[in-house]
Write a protein that binds this ligand. Sequence first.
Ligand code: NOJ
Ligand code: NOJ
Length: 552
Amino acid sequence: MRFFNMLIPTTCALALVVDPTLGLSIDSSKIRRQPVLSSAVSSSRLSASFDWLRQQSAFLSSVSDSTSQGSDFESWLSLQSARSFDGILANIGPDGANVVGQNVQPGVVVASPSHDHPDYFYHWVRDGAITIRVLVDEYAKSGSASVKTIIDAYVDNVRTTQWTPNPSGQFGRGGLGEPKFEVDGRAFVGTWGRPQRDGPALRAITLISYTRALQDRGASIDSLRYLYDLIKPDLEYVSKFWASPGFDLWEEQEGLHFFTAMVQYKALFLGKDISLDFNDDGAARWYRTQSNGLKQFLLSFWDEERGYLVETLASPRSGLDTAILLGAIHGGSETVFPIYSDSMIATLQALVADMLARYPINEQDSFDSDSFPSAVGIGRYPEDVYSGGDLGDSGLGNPWFLCTASVAHTLYGLVEHLALSNSGLTITNLTADFYLPLLSPTPEIKPEYCDFSATGMWSRSAPILRFAPGSRENEQVITNIMHYADGFLRVVRKHADGDGNMSEQFDRNTGFMRGARQLTWSFESVFSAIEMRERAVSAIAKRRAYLDRFGI
Ligand code: NOJ
Ligand code: NOJ
């Protein structure tokens, strides 16, 4: 077995020594000297990463490049993508295979066919909007008339839903914040965590995307005004209530939430443009002002002391939450906390580290996984006690399919970004825990810039290592992130059934599926992660072609 024996110096001037018997050492001529500002905290953090890395070295030497992904995995991906799409369709009324004959209105997206333990036989505004977005993207690509029919049914249903008086209020008076409806279109009147203010934002995003898809396929803007008539009430709701507390996407905590604010920001950001296209200039100005306010507000979710984004302000919880990643996935934009940003990646790293140790099943998964670092099952947030509402409630949280898939999705987003970037890789204090283990198969590290002295709480964003584009390290890291991301989908694969069905959760001890069966959102999340993977794969191919052309 080969061990990397890395000593972490307080400054790079001491050289980063790799097992001296191998004669590999850092090329110190490329290191720029920086003033020494040492920090005990940071070097122990770094050395913990490297200790761990050493333990993994046997595996590392067996990792070569992305072509080592077996074709078996690739064929599973395409099969699972198709099955996930079918899984989504099966839960849409009136004719979806799982819901047919059960009085489900056309275009209603049922969260799960499960009627009891738990009863998820409802139309959640959030789940519906997120799911139909997949169909919109599909329509944009293929122009499929049958996909369009389903979307149009959803659009009609949005009109009904918006106008249905409900316990959150009525149209124009808070009613759009109602989180869920009966499948026949009636209001749900039971006790619930309401309002949930992400719903109208997600619905606006989906409807705006649909408008754009129809325009791209030749529809005139005038012919699409019926869509703007649905989009505008949702934008108005978002623009007026974004600063008011509501329940989070998990329907438990009342307050101000990152996920909600991210999707609200995206809705208003897209909204300002579409309202201009419909000659609604006053609205456009108002949405622009409000989206700027939201953008500023979003910055308050960054917790400098903890070094990650928190999901809910002033909450007693740790703040770590997969909702943060979902915020970037569904609310993502280039302008605030994009999916590949250091803040997002630091948050992902802290979340995964927590989950790794939290669920017993993860010992087994990390052992089985051939990705590096080990991918594991991911739950909603550390303090979660919701075991899915099925018989045999354990009162303990479990990993979720959609949370595990969203880690893969985020990492594929990072791969795409890095592959399309020509500025090289910069590792800061903030992202060191994430990137250092991924550098490992590179025996000789030759940074353009190196300053471990910059570590410490005083400046999380200080760069400590930089690698040139085309350098072995830069390229290796991209490949390794891809492997790592694939690992999370392998976890999904392991716990799905033979037909590609996924419930909401899988048991923290046994790995067997728990909670609502055939959860629409599970299918959506895996489908979307696989789509994002395709983008990452093509970005890598483009990069290779570019590097080859210039002989790098
Ligand atoms: C059902 C909710 O949808 C879920 O998110 C929550 O954790 C449980 N109820 C327990 O409150
Ligand atoms: C519970 C989840 O916490 C919530 O986010 C979701 O909308 C509902 N289940 C329906 O899937």
